[in-house]
Design a protein around this ligand. Structure first.
Ligand code: BYC
Ligand code: FE
Ligand code: FE
Length: 472
């Protein structure tokens, strides 16, 4: 369905036919814009940015690119098309028609999941708000801003659901989305990873590779929901998510390429002397962002997850492509966990192990990018391999949160952990070095900071010297 851009709030949900809802959202809009100005990209509101805007929600809907000032971006409400006769595809109501409204008994649960999802979106914008000052190129600056406006739109996606289906409670939750802030000691964001800082561009690329990928998996399981408006919203959000992960994957690839080039040119591992980011620092940042993102999947064994599934609210990744009974009452799932001081594998009821199953799908997806990254290193003839750390490493949620596990999966004592922590995770010195490379933005068209290689091709096939951002 095409998107109506003639209204205050662009949408493909025929918002004009529901005046109360339209007015409620139009009341929230100025608060959102104020939040964007206060908490969005710092000092960048007047820039003209080469952004893509959705013109319809089908596969060709991304055709529109043009220079836009970010506050003029047309944030709106876009749902994937409704599927005829869609059913609840799992859980105890399997086979019943999908719900077009919120079932009373699931109201609190659905609201909570939608709020948790929605809260992450503005959180990431807040985390990234200073990065424009130190962008390695106009190309990268544009990608940062594209991601930021789309995360803002993801907030709109959840706020629409709250306003349209949760009445007064929903409107209050929508306001609270703009009141919690990343890292705020009094009103923090809900999930841990979204209160961490994203202080530099290496962190940003790791975040968009690892943490946006949690977004992909959570959105994919909500896209299976029996609550049809949620499923349709998440389906369209997933098309936007792909670009965020692309930015992360190619960003890391380009840093690796530059590092390998410097290593070969100067015949040394110590590329810091030449302004590059050494491979062991890359590994430490990877360890940090992977482990923090693993926490976002919740506990290994979760009755919440079992209840969401049984109720038909949150499915598995690609639920309808899995060949089983979609009820899971009598099946088990192998779970790696921590018990009595050791790492053990146990068979757990598949229903309570659903968070772990989704985490496992996520880990396998993460690993695919590492294969591509390691090819770059191998091609340069360098003997080094990036690795995903053990799932128990540096965890704050779940069974491993009480343990110290090394990246290669050994249980460590407190003393061993303290002694070795700086080998596993970025030290203050590592972070200071990475930050020191990024003291100013590179704003000359076609130029790139010394620590990163140019991309293979431009956005929308634009040439290398294209002016992705105009500063006015
Ligand atoms: N931090 O039974 P459990 C994205 C709590 S990213 C703090 O395992 P559940 C994006 C939990 O609330 C995707 N608390 O919980 C990426 C529970 O509390 P209660 C975001 C945590 O509910 C980049 C207790 O521990 N979307 O879109 O199964 C840029 C027991 O845990 C955490 C979603 O998360 C944590 N990490 O699982 C922009 C989807 N983990 O009940 C955007 C919606 C657990 O004891 N959320 N707890 O008070 C969910 O599906 C679930 O809430 C979770 C948690 C999977 C997150
Ligand atoms: Fe998002
Ligand atoms: Fe994202």
């Amino acid at each position: 369905m095409s998107i109506n851009y003639s209204e205050k709030i662009p949408n493909n949900v025929d918002l004009a036919s529901d005046r109360r809802l339209q007015r409620a959202l139009e009341n929230w809009q100025p608060a959102y814009l104020q939040w964007w100005k206060d908490m969005g990209p710092e000092g960048a509101q007047a820039f003209d940015v080469y952004l893509r805007t959705a013109i319809s929600t089908d596969a060709n809907g991304w055709a529109q690119f043009g220079h836009v000032k970010m506050p003029d971006y047309r944030w709106g409400i876009f749902l994937a098309d409704r599927e005829a006769d869609r059913k609840v595809n799992f859980g105890e109501q399997m086979g019943m028609p999908a719900w077009q409204d919120v079932p009373g008994e699931h109201r609190a649960t659905l609201r909570r999941l939608i709020v948790t999802q929605g809260d992450t979106e503005p959180a990431s914008v807040e985390q990234q708000r200073m990065l424009g000052k130190t962008a390695p190129s106009l190309y990268d600056l544009r990608n940062l801003f594209q991601i930021n406006v789309e995360e803002g739109r993801h907030l709109w996606a959840m706020v629409y659901l709250l306003h349209a289906y949760f009445g007064r409670d929903g409107r209050e939750e929508a306001e609270a989305m703009l009141e919690r802030h990343s890292g705020d000691p009094d009103k923090p964001r809900i999930l841990g990873a979204f209160n961490e800082e994203t202080p530099d561009w290496l962190s940003f690329f790791m975040f968009t590779y690892f943490t946006d990928r949690d977004g992909k998996y959570q959105l994919a399981s909500l896209a299976e929901s029996g609550f049809d408006p949620l499923a349709r919203t998440c389906k369209f959000m997933l098309t936007e998510e792909a670009h965020h992960m692309f930015v992360g994957e190619t960003g890391i690839s380009r840093i690796l390429q530059r590092t390998c080039d410097l290593m070969r040119e100067h015949k040394t591992d110590d590329v810091r002397a030449f302004g590059g980011i050494d491979l062991s620092t890359m590994q430490k940042y990877l360890n940090f962002h992977f482990s923090v993102s693993l926490d976002l999947f919740g506990q290994e064994l979760s009755t919440n997850a079992a209840n969401y599934y049984t109720a038909g609210i949150k499915g598995r990744f690609l639920e309808t492509r899995i060949a089983d009974d979609h009820k899971l009452a009598d099946t088990t799932y192998r779970v790696t966990t921590f018990r009595d001081g050791g790492i053990v594998e146990t068979d757990a009821p598949a229903l309570t192990a659903l968070n772990e199953r989704l985490r496992q799908d996520y880990i396998e997806d993460c690993a695919r990018g590492l294969v591509r990254w390691n090819k770059i290193i191998e091609k340069a003839g360098i003997n080094f391999e990036l690795k995903l750390p053990h799932r128990g490493f540096h965890r704050a949620i779940g069974a491993f949160s009480g343990a110290h596990v090394s990246p290669d999966g050994k249980v460590l004592s407190d003393a061993e952990w303290r002694e070795n922590k700086h080998r596993f995770l970025p030290s203050d010195e590592d972070r200071a070095y990475v930050t020191s490379l990024m003291s100013a933005a590179v704003i000359e068209p076609g130029k790139f900071a010394n620590w990163i290689a140019p991309p293979a091709r431009g956005i929308n096939n634009q040439p290398g010297e294209f002016e992705y951002v105009r500063f006015n």
